[in-house]
Structures are given as C-alpha cells and as structure tokens.
Design a protein around this ligand. Structure first.
Ligand code: PLP
Length: 368
C-alpha cells in the first residue's frame, strides 16, 4: 500500500501505489536571479509580434463561450507548413498533432502506444520516465557511453531483446547537448520497426542543431515519430505549444488518448500568429548558437570540461565540491543553473550575453 511505502502521503489518499515514491517535476522557479535553468529563449517576443497577437485576441475572447477547434486543424496546417519549409520534408496537417507543450504530446503518445513499455538511454530528459510511470508504461533504462553518445550496436540489441512499444532518442540530448547522427537514427528506426515499435525522436532543440532532422525518415519508416516544441528556439514557452510529426496512423492513435478540447482557443490563435512570424521569433537562434560556442570556449579556457552541445545549453564539470554545493554557490551569486542529478555536472542555459558574462564570472570563482 502507498502509505506503507512512503509516509509522505496521508493514509486517506488513494494515490496509486506505483506513483507513491515519485517526485513531481520541479525545476526551481526563483525570483530575482538569472534564470539559466530551463532552456528557454532569453529574448522577449518582438513588439510587432505582440501587437499582432493583441489584434487577434478580441475575436477569440468574444468566442470563449464556445469550445476550441478540437482538432486544431488551422494550427496543424501552419505547423506542417513551417516544418515543410524548415526541415526538408513535405507534410500536411494529417501528419501533425499539436498539444500543450511537447510534454503533453509525450503523454498522449505513451497512453496510446506504451503498452509494451518504453525504452530510453540515460542520462536524458527526465520527464520521459516520469510520464512513463504516470501512464502505467513500463520504463526500460538503457545507458549512454561516457561521452554521452549512444552505442548503436548495443542499443539495437536492447531493442530486439526488450521489444519496447516506444524507444526514445532525444537529439540534441537534454541534459548533455550531444546529438545522434541521422544515419544512427535510421538504424534505430529499422531496429524498432523489426519489433513493431515506435522510434520517438525528441527534437525539442532541433533548431539549434546542424544535424539533419529525423522528420526526413518518416516517409520511409512510418514508425518514426518526431516530437518538437515551440518552447525553446521559438521563444514561446509560456504559451505551451508542442507538436508531433508522424504518420497519419500515429495521429489517429493519439486522437483516442488526447483529452477533448485540450488546446484552448487562445493558445491556438496565439500560436497561429507566432507561426506567421516564425522568422522574427527565430531571429535570435544564430546569436544563441554563437553565444553557446563563446561560453563553451570560455568555460574550457577556465579549465572546465564541457560536453559538445548542439542545443542552447551546456553541461559542464570541473567545479569545487559536489553539484549541489556548486549550484547553491551560484544561486547565492544570483545565477540559477540546473543540477540535473548527474554527479559532478551542472547544466547552464545560454542566456543574454550579459547574463552569460555574469555566469562566467560566478563560475570562475568555483573552479576546482
Ligand atoms: C528534451 C525535451 N523534450 C521536451 C521538453 C518539453 O518541452 P515543452 O513541454 O515545453 O514543449 C523539454 C523541455 O525542457 C525537453 O528538454
């Protein structure tokens, strides 16, 4: 019983026993510090885009008495258009599903296709196993190499032995920043198809990477699902918009497990304006990449070890004391980074140049 497992829960609360030991996702939100801990885009939305959003709102607000478009067709069409332009493969709205952040996409997918369990290669995005457990999906943990890359032969063997319904690859990977080459993704797609499983490629940070997107695999391998978000490069985290790119049959399966009217009229309308202004919203991506490379070079010069990153954050080691102590020292200096639970490492999100300079000054004092 839950109460016997974990006295943190009151005895009258019938929490599922398999959830009793889990902790909620909880990246700290602290005011008055530089928030370099959740991989957001640090740039505010351009005024012109905000003005367009305000223009779109009155009609949306007047119609809040009605449910939103349940299937978010206009938004999915706009996402398909954005993707067809940016990622090199052509998609229609039937290949897209949209939801409140890519986390909701992951949940909808696991509810639909997680019956035979889900496999992931750690360290990776901690929410994958959390959603697995919350949806009753058996979580199978594979490893990454010391370099945080994936050993493809070993992974393929694991896929064929465990036959998971879903295999997750996050690329660029959070929290390590490393990316998985397209050719390796193709091999994994084949291995997954041989066990009639999905290969779910979490591309939350794709816009920061030079690697060819896995969306190009979908036409040949219908078991490939690419999960993306507008929370990172798109500077739209507060609006909560994520999407899946996949074969139509996968969308149909997700239609069964999505909640009715899950994506509000307001979210859909604002996301349409955002996509209409994708160039303006993505304008700082190159600057963030340049800053990432500058901060990585500075950290290396200071004597830290930095994992090669294709995303908007850096994982590094080489500071005094353990991760928790170094994290606390940085908070005391007004800088909030992420302790990702990897002993001896911390992750920093690339912020504004001035924030990055403040981080570099603070971390320099913690060199071991
Ligand atoms: C790899 C990865 N996937 C998915 C997400 C979830 O993003 P959102 O729900 O904001 O779309 C994140 C957020 O940090 C992430 O790092």
């Amino acid at each position: 019983m839950a109460m016997e497992n974990n006295p943190a829960w009151p005895s009258w609360l019938p929490i599922r026993s398999e959830l009793a030991d889990l902790k909620p996702y909880g990246a700290p939100q602290i005011s008055g510090v530089r928030a370099l801990n959740t991989n957001e885009n640090p740039y505010d939305l351009p005024k012109k885009v905000v003005a367009e959003m305000l223009e779109a709102l009155p009609q949306v607000l007047a119609n809040l008495n009605r449910y939103p478009d349940r299937d978010a067709v206009a938004l999915r069409e706009a996402l398909a258009k954005y993707l067809s332009k940016s990622a090199g493969a052509v998609f229609g709205s039937r290949n897209i599903w949209a939801a409140n952040g890519s986390n909701e996409i992951l949940q909808t997918l696991m509810l639909a296709c997680g019956g035979r369990g889900a496999l992931g290669f750690t360290p990776s995005y901690s929410v994958h196993p959390l959603i697995a457990k919350a949806t009753g999906t058996n979580w199978i943990s594979g490893d990454r190499e010391a370099s945080f890359n994936i050993d493809i032969k070993k992974s393929i063997k694991m896929i064929s032995e465990k036959e998971p319904g879903i295999t997750f690859i996050t690329t660029p990977n959070n929290p390590t920043g490393t990316s998985t080459p397209y050719a390796d993704l193709e091999e994994l797609a084949i291995a997954c198809s041989e066990v009639k499983g999905l290969l779910v490629v979490d591309e939350a940070y794709a816009e920061f990477s030079q690697e060819k997107s896995a969306v190009n695999l979908i036409a040949q391998y219908p078991n490939v699902v690419v999960v993306r978000t507008m929370s990172k490069a798109f500077a739209f985290a507060g609006a909560r918009v994520g999407y899946a790119v996949c074969n139509e049959a996968v969308v149909d399966a997700m239609l069964v497990t999505r909640l009715p009217y899950h994506l509000s009229s307001t979210t859909q309308a604002l996301a349409l304006v955002a996509l209409d202004n994708s160039k303006a919203l993505l304008a700082e991506v190159d600057a963030l990449i340049a800053e990432r490379d500058r901060v990585a070079a500075q950290l290396t010069k200071l004597g830290f070890e930095v994992s090669p990153s294709s995303a908007n954050f850096l994982l590094f080691s080489g500071f005094k004391g353990d991760s928790k102590t170094a994290w606390e020292s940085l908070v005391a200096a007004g800088i909030l980074v992420r302790d990702v639970g990897l002993s001896g490492y911390l992750r920093v999100t690339i912020g504004l140049p001035s924030e990055n300079d403040e981080f570099l000054t603070a971390i320099a004092a913690l060199r071991s």
